[in-house]
Ligand binder design. Sequence first.
Ligand code: SF4
Length: 694
Amino acid sequence: IIAHGQPEHSAVTTCAYCGVGCAFKAEMQGTRVVRMVPYKDGKANEGHSCVKGRFAYGYAAHKDRITKPMIRKKITDPWREVSWEEAIAYAASEFKRIQDSFGRDAVGGITSSRCTNEEAYLVQKLVRAAFGNNNVDTCARVCHSPTGYGLKTTLGTSAGTQDFKSVDEADVILVVGANPTDGHPVFGSRMKKRLRQGAKLIVADPRRIDLVKSPHIKADYHLPLKPGSNVAFVNAMAHVIVTEGLVDEAYVRERCDLADFEVWARFVADERHAPEMVGPMIGVDPADLRAAARLYATGGAAAIYYGLGVTEHSQGSTMVMGLANLAMATGNIGKPGAGVNPLRGQNNVQGSCDMGSFPHELSGYRHVSDDATRETFESLWGATLSAEPGLRITNMLDEAVGGGFKGLYIQGEDIAQSDPDTHHVTAGLRAMECIVIQDLFLNETAKYAHVFLPGASFLEKDGTFTNAERRISRVRKVMPPLGGYADWEGTMLLSNALGYPMHYTHPSEIMDEIAQLTPSFAGVSYARLDELGSIQWPCNAEAPEGTPMMHVDRFVRGLGKFMITEYVPTDERTTAKYPLILTTGRILSQYNVGAQTRRTHNSRWHEEDVLEIHPFDAESRGIVDGDLVALESRSGDIALKARVTERMQPGIVYTTFHHAKTGANVITTDYSDWATNCPEYKVTAVQVRRTNRP
Ligand code: SF4
């Protein structure tokens, strides 16, 4: 229920849902939020918002919040409420016992893309300095880790090249594997405005998303790729650009490594990449493919926006590099209206990656094996750091099943629901001896936990989030933490109990330390954020007010690097038993696993996940709209209602993963990106049949 009444005071803060990072004014009566008003001076949203952000305060005060620490010796025991002191002491003693018995590397931590930069930074610091290893990973592992790998390799930095505003100057917009109107609604609206003004649109997506055809908007080309064929598609686009003489030669000569370019150009020029060869295989009309490539290369400033339909594949990193190749070849990076832009799903995916949450990188994407970087951290932290990359989440779970990994500290992440192949995840969790969860609610992962520390919502703490355009914005505390401590304070207590002291009195001090250690954040402080409103990194002596557009005169890595992107089909194949391909996504009113949105006013708008299926596939199975269907893969089976729709192509079905009750990830595979282990959520061979079993 929406609270009414005149606000007594307000504070400007940042939405904690998606990577747009809208600024809101939280209006308060005492310590109660009564309204969230989109903030007109917010640079990412300029006074706009979507329904999720407006009602976000609902989950902060929800009755399901866990506000007392709890412990239990075995996961079959009931939870026992304890003091923070007892919970922290128990967690620390268990982690120490495990390390004494099984070695330093038998424990690790997971940072959250939902929490603040400062909190992610502290968790990785705890793992590196207190645990003494690099076994830290982030939930970005399962969404945009290929973006980090692909953009760093080709361009030199793991981030989008433009700001959102730049879309206002785009002449051609290529949307690949993203659904901005549902996933990033405020940016989606801005994109639609530009399209209504006449910008051309190419949509590459297996599903007929809203952008393909909605009031006043019609895509110039909808390329309905079969899931898993992205790299073949991008190579076909490149083939047309190279063989029809559409390369921006002056740009390539001046800005890119010419030797790499020539090798790449010869590779894509091969006839096997021609649209006429590739189109039938990937489900796209070759003439459309050819015309779309011409439009992208010659239509003026061209901007690529992509989402998890690019990254969550066995060739996710290859595809990111393929998109960067396209943009470099046509001179579409570093100028207004042009660029390559990942649309980040969670509020702080960019930030959690920036903060050193990966097992091989310290903050600012510097490799742990780099002696000079490590020495800088060691001298400020007063700790000896390992030069060996640590375990990724998937490796932690594998090692746990094998008996070598025993303890995990998880802040703000529900891997039992959000990670693929649920049976494997839960087997890993069950095998561990100490799992510490710090979260708002008793989530699915908490079923396997031994210590529960109450988390704090975005309204209960100070800090910063970094959105998809590298914009660092303030999160402001408007109410005291319901559980007594903000998440950064909980991490600090645990670190102190482990014997590695942390003594911050405010998150601004953590940001000062981040700025001291991270060249791209060197000019960031809370004072500067208050003064400028928000800052896009890099922010340092060369760019004291931040950097809206990157790679303007030169690429961060120096010369842009073209990479060979050989198409390798996924090992997940359809068969007579599993003849359809399942792909997944999200809807506007829900957010990820729904832990927050289901506990807000908008939850009634969509009560369950449904299976979208083409009329042809439905009819041949005797399925009508609203039927309960069983969806079965090699990993498992679930039941959900069918929605018969021509949004889908024959042979492809689609669902969302917002509800634990449905549990879409029970049936996804354990295939993953070759470079980063990002799971291949987007391709699962399935069968669908009517069922009566709920
Ligand atoms: Fe903005 Fe995203 Fe929050 Fe909606 S969910 S208000 S688009 S940040």
